[in-house]
Design a protein around this ligand. Structure first.
Ligand SMILES: O=C1CC[C@@H](CCC(=O)N2CCC(COc3ccc(F)cc3Cl)CC2)N1
Length: 320
């Protein structure tokens, strides 16, 4: 031991740390992971998980991919509605988000989000063999959902996208800014660009307040390296669309200033899916499920109706 310490002391920059095991590992909020539902991803990072179980035995599974800076707890209402349809709903906080490990809103490669989602999906599918699985994504979570489906073309029964990130917003990604971001990424990857203006996420002031005061939401600026990963993601999404052929329900607000609705029009023109529905919400902002009551209730109703008819036919309990 003594010898060993001698050795590590000499080597610059090395520390002989005690191996940290799950027992001692704490969430960014200081809660022991042994007391939280969690999975460890391929890099050993602990991801906080949420599960919403229906009363009766589930008829279908739903995985929810949250957006940049937020966390899966913000989908509680949506998940509750789905458990009413006898869905077993599950989600996790992506690396660098909410109660999961990782530097805040940092990811080494966008693929990490897809890899971790597939790991969680495979885990839950093993526990519920044979059930159809639907995937939900909002904003950056929409890009994660599309890329997750494109890796498993026949695994999913449907894709629900709420204002997905498909094309970078022209303002935040002008060719000059993209060029600047690429240059900056080499020089100062941690340089912080602006943070999201909370007032443009929704017209619902209470929801804006909830977002601003939510301690699990990251309110810092977006690092250049993360912006690069988002650009990488939207490029990959553009290439994946021609291979998406599962049923798609897509919703977008005309006044979304964070993810351009043009991306959803492009998706509709590009995916070969037989069933693809785009619902446009006039004057609505980015977070449709947390918008003015008439918009969000329409969004929930839309999702409920779309899914109810699918799982009825899927379980063959349809009419004569
Ligand atoms: O409930 C909630 C609260 C938060 C919101 C989700 C937010 C989310 O996920 N966004 C919105 C911002 C968007 C910025 O995109 C870029 C920025 C710079 C760049 F250079 C290239 C891109 Cl593409 C990425 C996707 N929903």
């Amino acid at each position: 031991k003594q010898k060993n310490e001698e050795h590590t002391k000499d080597r610059p920059g090395s520390t002989s740390r005690m191996p940290e095991d799950s027992r001692a590992r704490l969430s960014p909020q200081g809660i022991a992971y042994k007391d939280l539902p969690h999975i460890a991803n391929a890099d050993g990072q602990h991801l906080f998980c949420r599960y919403w179980k229906p009363q009766a035995s589930p008829r279908a599974l739903a995985f929810v991919a949250h957006g940049a800076g937020e966390h899966c707890g913000r989908y509680d209402e949506l998940a509750q509605m789905l458990t009413g349809l006898n869905f077993f709903v599950f989600a996790h906080d992506h690396v660098g988000h909410g109660q999961s490990e990782g530097d805040r809103m940092v990811v080494s490669d966008f693929q990490v989000f897809i890899r971790d989602s597939l790991q969680h999906i495979d885990l839950v599918k093993k526990e519920h063999p044979g059930l159809p699985i639907y995937i939900f994504g909002h904003s950056m979570g929409g890009a994660i959902s599309i890329l997750t489906v494109s890796e498993r073309p026949s695994d999913f029964a449907g894709l629900v996208l709420i204002s997905p990130l498909i094309l970078p917003n022209p303002q935040s990604a002008t060719s000059f800014k993209v060029f600047a971001a690429k240059v900056l990424n080499h020089l100062l990857p941690s340089f912080s660009l602006g943070s999201i203006d909370p007032n443009i996420i929704s017209r619902n002031k209470e929801e804006v307040e909830a977002y601003v005061t939510d301690p699990l939401v990251y309110h810092g600026g977006m690092k250049v390296s993360f912006a690069m990963q988002l650009l990488n993601a939207s490029a990959r999404v553009g290439k994946a669309l021609p291979d998406i052929s599962l049923p798609v329900l897509l919703m977008h607000g005309t006044d979304d200033q964070l993810c351009d609705i043009k991306g959803s029009y492009h998706l509709m023109e590009t995916v070969p899916s037989q069933e693809k529905i785009l619902k446009v919400y006039d004057k609505a902002y980015h977070v449709l499920h947390k918008e003015l009551p008439e918009v969000s209730s329409a969004v929930f109703r839309e999702i409920e109706t779309w899914l109810a008819e699918k799982i009825v036919t899927a379980t063959g309990a349809g009419g004569i």
